[in-house]
Design a protein around this ligand. Structure first.
Ligand code: T46
Length: 183
């Protein structure tokens, strides 16, 4: 497993080893001991899987507030996405800063996003499938959204606003400037 701390050190980019042979490859995509060795000593309680049929789909920016804040271990098992985490932790030196990584069927990389971060992604291909493990169960009352292109975040999304494909919920989300004392 390759482990890289991104510019917000709490966010880790993990790349599991692939054992390739003439049949294809084998890879351990989750191993409790390996995660603990990487400093991710958590219990996952829910797996999610989404399919986005078009390139330029943006899902996010989402999080859940305490007491149901979620850590997420995200990977893309078909196509490719540009995965983004935004620090929403009040008082954090990186509050309002974002990091991103390309996750793809090809690279097999995973992004560890601890509780306290907003998460979102933009699809880079058609039929992008994203699978992610969560450290808490979905709780609709604790769910919060922030507008993907909030001016104060200035996230360098790889899609023009006029081409972005959003849910109604995401299109109507408030700016990051409304985030106060969430975590
Ligand atoms: C998140 C979630 C949703 N749902 C239901 C609620 C809606 O009726 C339907 C679609 O939900 P939504 O439009 O919020 O799905 P996404 O836009 O992919 O949301 C996700 O997008 C970003 C990338 C995330 O990190 C979150 O996990 C999650 O918010 O699934 C559930 O039943 N369980 C769940 O855990």
């Amino acid at each position: 497993m390759q482990i890289e701390h991104l510019s917000i050190p709490d966010i880790l980019l993990l790349t599991p080893r692939r054992f390739a042979d003439e049949r294809g490859f084998f890879s351990e995509t989750y191993n409790l001991r390996t995660m603990a060795q990487a400093g991710i000593d958590v219990a996952f309680v829910q797996d999610n899987h989404s399919l986005s049929r078009q390139r330029g789909v943006i899902r996010g920016l989402h999080c859940q507030l305490p007491p149901h804040a979620q850590g997420k271990l995200v990977r893309c098992t078909r196509g490719a996405i540009w995965d983004v985490a935004v620090d929403a932790r009040q008082g954090s030196p990186s509050f309002g800063r974002w990091v991103a990584a390309e996750l793809s069927e090809e690279n097999g990389s995973q992004l560890w996003i601890p509780p306290g971060f907003l998460h979102g992604f933009c699809t880079l291909t058609e039929n992008a499938e994203v699978q992610y493990k969560c450290t808490d169960l979905w709780d609709r009352d604790c769910e919060r959204s922030v507008r993907w292109n909030s001016p104060d975040l200035a996230i360098a999304w790889p899609v023009a606003p006029e081409d972005a494909v959003l849910s109604e919920k995401d299109a109507a989300a408030p700016d990051f400037s409304t985030v106060r004392d969430w975590f």
